[in-house]
Write a protein that binds this ligand. Structure first.
Ligand code: AP5
Length: 222
């Protein structure tokens, strides 16, 4: 009996490691990774209407208006691959209104994973972060340096990764974190994100495998 695919929401402060861990989760569980930050950055670099609107908010370290992001997420979640393979929603919900919008659509994750990392580490991670525009891979100059000189030369820095902007993003995150929790408190798993990534992943992997088993049991019991 094939059970319903997994639905996962991952959250955490800026640079808590969401993108890095999502890469590993996708490899293992084959979920469709939906990152609102990545989707918005793609709109900005293609110069679309959404991108032009979103850009000023993103560069200021503020949240893009709910209606823009919600429409984007709704459209992506309703595509066939997400329904078939399950999804991994990264960076949404980011406000109480966003969480409410999903509830109204009866879209609810099976599990809500929150990465917990101390502030001073987050700032260092943002300052050292670099992205590979060719593969989309996330690096860190100290923690995860690029494999070759060729990759190093093409790495780019995100415009919102300056110390001042990271502090602003962190403030915005803290203002919203509590209000989102009330929607997902019964499925929340807080994880220590200040460890080697393989250790963090091992913990997430066992949590998701548990959820998957529970879903299979539920299906069999029907
Ligand atoms: P978004 O792209 O979601 O940014 P964020 O939440 O600030 O998260 P980051 O991408 O900065 O970090 P991450 O947690 O993915 O960490 P990473 O794995 O890269 O959003 C950007 C902007 O878009 C927002 O500010 C907002 O304007 C807008 N936006 C997005 N969603 C929105 C929404 N729903 N509503 C409204 N606006 C929205 O890791 C960071 C660094 O640390 C890397 O260098 C990595 O190599 C390193 N690292 C990772 N894990 C470890 C580890 N375990 N040990 C050591 N180093 C590590």
């Amino acid at each position: 009996v094939k059970s319903e695919p997994l639905k996962v929401m991952i959250s955490g402060a800026p640079a808590s490691g969401k993108g890095t861990l999502c890469e590993l989760i996708v490899q293992k569980f084959g979920l469709v990774h939906i990152s609102t930050g990545d989707l918005l950055r793609a709109e900005v670099s293609s110069g679309t209407e959404i991108g032009n609107k979103a850009k000023e908010y993103m560069n200021a370290g503020r949240l893009v208006p709910d209606e823009i992001v919600t429409a984007m997420v709704k459209a992506r979640l309703s595509r066939e691959d997400a329904k078939e393979k399950g999804w991994l929603l990264d960076g949404y919900s980011r406000s109480a209104t966003q969480a409410q919008s999903l509830e109204e659509l009866k879209i609810r994750p099976d599990i809500y994973v929150v990465l917990d990392v101390p502030d001073e580490i987050l700032i260092d991670r943002c300052i050292g972060r670099r992205l590979d525009p060719v593969t989309g891979k996330i690096y860190h100059l100290k923690n995860f340096p690029p494999e070759t000189e060729e990759i190093r030369e093409r790495l780019v820095t995100r415009p919102d990764d300056s110390e001042e902007k990271v502090k602003r993003r962190l403030e915005v995150y803290k203002q919203n974190a509590e209000t989102i929790l009330s929607t997902y408190s019964n499925i929340m798993n807080k994880i220590d994100g200040n460890r080697p990534k393989d250790e963090i992943f091992a913990e997430i992997e066992s949590l998701l495998s548990e959820v998957q088993k529970d879903k299979e049991k539920l299906k069999l019991g029907k």
